[in-house]
Design a protein around this ligand. Sequence first.
Ligand SMILES: [Zn+2]
Length: 346
Amino acid sequence: MLAAFATAAGGPKPLDNLAVGDRKVPDPPRGAVRLRTRAVSLNHHDLWTLAGVGAPSSFPWTLGCDAAGTVDAYGPDTAERLPPGTPVVANAVVTCGDCEACLGPDETSCQKFAILSDGGWEGTFAEYCVVPAANLFVLPHDLSFEQAACLPTAYLTAYRMLFTKASVRPGDTILIQGAGGGLSTAVELLARAAGVRVIVSSRDPAKRFAALARGVDQAVATGRSAAKEVMELTDGVGVDAVIESVGEATWATSLRALRRGGAVVVAGATSGADPPADLRRVFWRQLRILGSTMGTRAEFAALLATLKATGLRPLIDSTYPLAEAKRAFERLDGGEVTGKVVMVSG
Ligand SMILES: [Zn+2]
């Protein structure tokens, strides 16, 4: 089968570690299901893997967290909950299923938490992929495979950041650091669908203009005056929550743009992970700093219900055949995306 995989990790040019070629169709183990993959989406996680962050222990190693496709075959002694041929989207979160966290309300605290393409699971960027059978969700009939493939990482992460971690309510105001990326557009669309006022920041005037054209309420230039501008836009109060995935380049603004008691929710640090903590501001203004990674199965179900109730559809930047994975990776790595980069097979 055709697959996009890492042949190594790290080095000066991580994209050189990406190969596209033939790999053996995987056999699903006990408790797992094989999907005929129809669409996948790229995440920064895939670039990090090529760069050697959380790199696999053996090569070749198929990349990819997100997949939508059809049920193909089950592993031995595995309940065939959905008949072969059923269109599905796969939750990318892998947990042990029987620890205290897994039996409680938040299985993302499982000690064995991993996502597809990490740990013992190869990824989804192939004509067939294997995932835990418990991770399947039936694809809503009005959602395309390409749209569904955007959900498991970016949209689930966005859902949890907004509604679980920041607990935003209709009428709240949020600041999204960075405009146009897969996660930031996911947050933007979900927030607007929920009646939340959205301010985005970007250093790129074209990205700010595009965000306004998509319907965000305000766009500010990243930099020294960004926090002041956000304060002016919120009558000197600050925003209820900041959605942070940029890190060092925007962290000072994130803390300064918050209202007293507001929350900054962090799900990434693409520009660096070690900014000054500014602890005086944190305690004096009683700021909350909340880490967030992926989401629970219940949040995945709620995300699908939100799409159904609002008509919201993921924003897709571009779609490539799996055979052109190198171009797709270059597109994401170039940083000029508006929405998700998707690949399709067969
Ligand atoms: Zn567990």
